[in-house]
Design a protein around this ligand. Structure first.
Ligand SMILES: Cc1cc2nc3c(=O)[nH]c(=O)nc-3n(C[C@H](O)[C@H](O)[C@H](O)COP(=O)(O)O)c2cc1C
Length: 163
């Protein structure tokens, strides 16, 4: 099976998550390419597309959405999405709802088999006013990624046991 692990990133977090997912798929015997989506001209060569974007402004990056619309929707490929969000878990419900709405639209657009929400990482601490608006606690670590959870999801893709 040939897999593309494609990502977009602003500050490197999603790229590191993509590398981890790619390694797990590789270890299961799949042929894997881990690439920034701007270097993917088409998806014809792949059996499985595992595609990831960070959330900025409660949405995926515009280039990620354009890639899904232009190159993935209607391709008939097996698709799984991973979305990296700092606020989804610890933030206010209103932000969680906004992110969920975005993800449901994307899931429908590309008929994704699964969508994994990965806890994100900030390059620097949020100012107090932003913490108040977003509802994040002061002692929340900058890097909230849960590598065991990421590996478990990637393993479920490798085994074909996604839920
Ligand atoms: C400019 C900016 C805007 C962000 N907006 C959101 C947001 O709306 N919701 C959220 O959950 N996280 C937000 N984040 C946090 C990112 O989702 C998180 O830092 C993620 O790990 C970044 O991934 P990247 O390093 O691949 O760009 C934002 C981060 C930045 C730098």
């Amino acid at each position: 099976m040939k897999c593309l692990v494609g990502y977009v990133t602003k500050t490197g977090t999603t790229e590191e998550v993509a590398a981890c997912i790619g390694q797990i798929l590789q270890a299961s015997g799949a042929e894997v390419e881990i690439k920034s989506i701007d270097s993917v001209s088409d998806v014809e060569a792949y059996d499985l597309l595992v595609l990831g974007s960070p959330i900025n402004g409660m949405r995926v990056l515009p280039e990620f959405k354009a890639f899904l619309e232009g190159k993935v929707a209607g391709s008939g490929k097996l698709v799984d999405l991973f979305i990296v969000s700092y606020l989804y878990g610890p933030g206010r419900k209103i932000w969680k709802r906004a992110i969920r709405k975005e993800l449901e639209q994307l899931k429908t657009l590309v008929k994704a088999d699964s969508v994994e929400i990965v806890a994100g990482r900030l390059p620097q601490a949020l100012p107090g006013a932003a913490r108040f608006i977003f509802g994040t606690p002061r002692d929340l670590p900058l890097d909230t990624r849960d590598w065991d959870k990421i590996e478990a999801w990637a393993g479920s893709l490798a085994r074909g046991t996604r839920t």
